[in-house]
Design a binder for this molecule. Structure first.
Ligand SMILES: Cc1cc2nc3c(=O)[nH]c(=O)nc-3n(C[C@H](O)[C@H](O)[C@H](O)COP(=O)(O)OP(=O)(O)OC[C@H]3O[C@@H](n4cnc5c(N)ncnc54)[C@H](O)[C@@H]3O)c2cc1C
Length: 461
């Protein structure tokens, strides 16, 4: 293609797009990237990073309370939401600038504004009307929040995007949703002093996680005063002067100051020109791609949430990197989506990797389960009524640990390291062979001796 302006055009400067652009440029490709909102994408601007900062803020109340048991007298504490948001915004602006600088240093041309595909080799910049001829296109447009079916008053409902910019901390909040974003924001608002009601249409929160984890987290959240209503939905919202009345599907009414929906995210494929370029979608609404993130069109790839595979930042980054290695680095790099560790920054935290107990029973003929429930040491003098939970799922035919599930302090940190062992196909005997680090919570993971239960599938089953 002699008349091309660039070798690669990346649509979307989020986690996947930025990584792909930088790595492709490092291989000598001429790269242009378009961003219609802010460089860094969801994770940096209105996802993982600001969320974790709010989570940190929300945990101080417990710390102040528990300090008394350790001999501290903490004076009257006050909380300033506006200050937290301003400080958070400053940090996000710093990160956005760092991402922009990293692109510049890598010789990637950044264009601010929306880009759409005109055909499989041409991208149009809507702000100027310029048309860029390119050898390859990478679509990394993410997945914005979706409120689901429209209900009466939906315009008064916020998503996580707006939650990061509220001018004041609402005193009473209703959150609809049962996924990780819903439970994380429930913990944030509750920790900062709000009265929180979580409404979820399913039978329990955190669908897809291990059932014991779901039950344990729910009881811990309820112990912290969060009201959880399952099996119902918000049917309508009706704002009055200062409050909003949410009407649930059972006709009950809940009066709050804010209603937030965290009901899922939809792959960002609309009005991108995908049809003009011949790019096909998968059944789940994402762009259909193979293990190299190649779409139905040979020179068009897609990574991250827009492909609706595993919608997490490190996965988008890995997919973007592997794409660049494959297409521009001469290193064919397929993506392995198995055993992705994940954390939920709820209160308490969840960390998980691999098969749940139910999945293991479904897939494997023989399964051993080890589990433990204990009071974290810090809670003893602190006086907090809380329990940590840990579970190992073991393939009993070869002793391999195929799942690990944790609810408790630092679960996210623990699961990152346990992930290495699980990915390396460690056995329960390997877990037993390592010396424990004492006194820690993590030591429980390597000191579980008694099976809680064993399952063996009968030949006929
Ligand atoms: C509240 C929240 C908390 C989260 N917490 C975590 C967490 O703790 N851990 C974790 O791993 N993941 C978390 N995630 C998920 C994570 O943010 C995403 O998986 C990740 O950002 C996906 O990266 P991406 O590159 O696919 O898309 P994004 O980061 O969403 O980037 C897409 C970019 O494309 C831009 N764009 C879209 N269309 C166009 C266009 N036509 N032209 C130009 N630009 C365009 C968008 O403006 C956006 O900047 C969280 C998400 C949310 C919403």
């Amino acid at each position: 293609m002699p008349d091309r302006d660039v070798d690669l055009f990346v649509v979307g400067a989020g986690s996947g797009g930025v990584r792909a652009a930088r790595i492709a440029a490092s291989y000598g490709a001429r790269v242009m990237i378009a961003e219609e909102y802010r460089v860094g994408g969801t994770c940096v601007i209105r996802g993982c990073v600001p969320k974790k900062l709010l989570v940190y803020a929300s945990r101080f109340a417990d710390e102040f309370e528990d300090a008394a048991g350790y001999g501290w007298t903490v004076g009257k504490s006050t909380f300033d939401w506006a200050k937290l948001i301003a400080n958070k915004d400053r940090e996000i602006a710093r990160l956005e600038a760092a991402y922009t600088t990293a692109l510049e240093r890598a010789d990637v041309t950044l264009v601010k504004g929306r880009a759409v595909l005109k055909d499989e080799h041409t991208v149009r910049l809507l702000s100027t009307g310029a048309e860029i001829r390119t050898g390859h296109i990478l679509i990394a447009t993410g997945a914005p929040p979706s409120h689901g079916h429209p209900i009466m008053g939906i315009e008064h409902v916020i998503s996580s995007n707006e939650a990061f910019h509220l001018t004041a901390l609402p005193k009473r909040v209703l959150i609809q949703g049962g996924g990780y974003i819903a439970v994380e924001f429930a913990g944030i608002f509750a920790g900062l002093g709000a009265e929180v009601t979580l409404v979820y249409r399913g039978e329990n929160i955190l669908r897809g996680f291990d059932d014991d984890v779901r039950a344990h987290l729910r009881s811990e959240m309820e112990r912290r005063g969060i009201r959880i209503i399952c099996g119902r939905t918000v049917a309508a919202v009706d704002p009055t002067q200062d409050t909003i009345t949410a009407k649930l599907s059972d006709h009950s009414l809940i009066e709050v100051e804010k209603v937030m929906f965290a009901t899922g995210r939809r792959p960002n494929v609309a009005k991108l020109g995908l049809e003009a370029a011949g790019v096909q979608l998968a059944k789940n609404g994402g762009i259909a791609v193979d293990e190299f993130s190649q779409s139905s069109v040979r020179n068009i790839h897609a990574v991250g949430d827009v492909t609706n595979r595993v919608n997490l930042t490190p996965v988008a980054i890995r997919e973007g990197h592997a794409f660049a290695d494959t297409v521009f680095g001469g290193k064919s790099t397929p993506i392995d989506h198995s055993n992705v560790p994940t954390a939920v920054f709820s209160e308490p935290e969840v960390g998980a990797i691999g098969l749940t107990e139910a999945q293991a029973r479904h897939r494997l003929p023989k399964v051993d389960i080890y589990k433990t429930l204990f009071r974290p040491m810090k809670a003893t003098l602190g006086g907090r009524d809380t329990r940590s939970f840990m579970k190992l799922v073991v393939d009993a035919s070869n002793d391999r640990v195929v799942g690990c599930h944790i609810v408790g302090p630092d679960a996210g940190e623990m699961i990152q390291l346990i992930g290495v062992a699980v990915k390396m196909r460690a056995t329960k005997a390997d877990f037993d062979a390592i010396m424990a680090v004492h006194p820690t919570g993590a030591e429980e993971l390597v000191t579980m001796r008694e099976k809680a239960v064993s399952y063996e599938r009968l030949a006929a089953e």
